[in-house]
Design a protein around this ligand. Structure first.
Ligand code: C2E
Ligand code: CA
Ligand code: CA
Ligand code: CA
Length: 279
């Protein structure tokens, strides 16, 4: 029994070592990926439910890994976040998305809004505001065409500091969006105090619209509440015509989801807009 225990222990440490090594090498390649230019920004259209037209796009990070192919953010953002690499990576995404938006405006797609996700670590960077200011200056993007998406967990970590940062961002003229609404521990009290422009209904609620009456009631309530708070409301993860119908009837402002389009490379989005694709 003693021997067995020892073996288990050895196995365990070997496995741990492997995990640690994997992590170290993944971190190293993540670090290099930025220098080698292996990251891509994909864009998912956001559609106005009244007109059916594309009015914005969310920037979504991808990693074109030389060995593993195209990786989604869930496969590397956690490590980027814990190692702090998310800060330079996030700055790159911001610069990329802002310069792309500016270029779309120059091509005649005026007023198109681009949304960029901010991670907790990024949001807590003391120089976040000045960083964004200089990106806006460098790209010449109209600040009101940039929307920053933060999740409830980001802003609820340290509410007073978060409100201060959000107010400073608002003064730059950018828009703020509360991402994944309803998934975290949102407080309606704070929602009132946050200088927000947009609320994004989490995909899990959208999925339940057609599940039962409660699912539908929750989404309807979030839409009505957004209206009462003068927030633009966007439904995420819309996959079916039934969900779309419900959102239209209940006067949700915008939708985003596979039903209209998956996240796509920048040139494919340009094509869609040129063709004038509608919902
Ligand atoms: P998110 O901000 O909630 O982004 C929406 C996610 O939902 C995207 O996943 C998108 O592809 C997916 N999605 C959109 N429509 C549908 C649909 O109809 N059905 C389903 N099942 N999924 C849909 P993605 O691109 O894998 O991104 C995952 C998460 O990674 C994002 O969630 C965001 O939190 C994070 N992320 C992505 N890009 C960045 C970035 O540049 N910086 C940071 N900090 N986080 C990012
Ligand atoms: Ca988002
Ligand atoms: Ca979301
Ligand atoms: Ca309603």
């Amino acid at each position: 029994a003693k021997d067995q225990g020892r073996n288990t222990y050895r196995l365990f440490t070997r496995e741990m070592n492997q995990k640690v090594m994997q992590r170290v090498s993944m971190e190293a390649s993540l670090r290099q990926a930025l220098e080698k230019g292996e990251f891509r920004v994909y864009y998912q259209p956001q559609v106005d439910l009244n007109t059916g037209s594309m009015v914005g796009a969310e920037a979504l990070l991808r990693w074109e890994h030389p060995g593993k192919g195209l990786l989604g953010p869930d496969e590397f953002i956690p490590l980027a976040e814990s190692s702090g690499l998310i800060v330079p990576i996030g700055e790159w995404v911001l610069a990329q998305a802002c310069s792309q938006a500016r270029s779309w405006h120059d091509q005649g797609f005026r007023g198109l809004l681009v949304s960029v996700n901010l991670s907790p670590r990024q949001f807590q960077q003391p120089n976040l505001v000045s960083q964004i200011r200089s990106i806006l200056t460098q790209t010449g993007l109209d600040p009101s065409c940039l929307e920053l998406e933060v999740t409830e967990s980001v802003v609820m970590q340290n509410v007073e500091d978060a409100i201060l940062t959000m107010s400073r961002l608002c003064k730059l003229g950018v828009r703020l969006s509360l991402d994944d609404f309803g998934r975290g521990y949102s407080s309606l009290y704070y929602l009132k105090r946050f200088p927000m422009h947009t609320l994004k209904i989490d995909r899990s609620f959208v999925r339940d619209i057609t599940l039962d009456q409660a699912g539908a009631a929750i989404v309807n309530t979030i839409i009505d509440m957004s209206g009462n708070l003068s927030l633009k409301v966007v439904a995420e993860g819309v996959e079916t015509k039934e969900q779309l119908q419900f959102l239209k009837i209940n006067r949700c402002d915008q939708m985003q989801g596979f039903l209209f389009c998956r996240p796509i490379p920048q040139k494919d989005l340009t094509t869609l807009m040129t063709e004038g694709k509608k919902l």
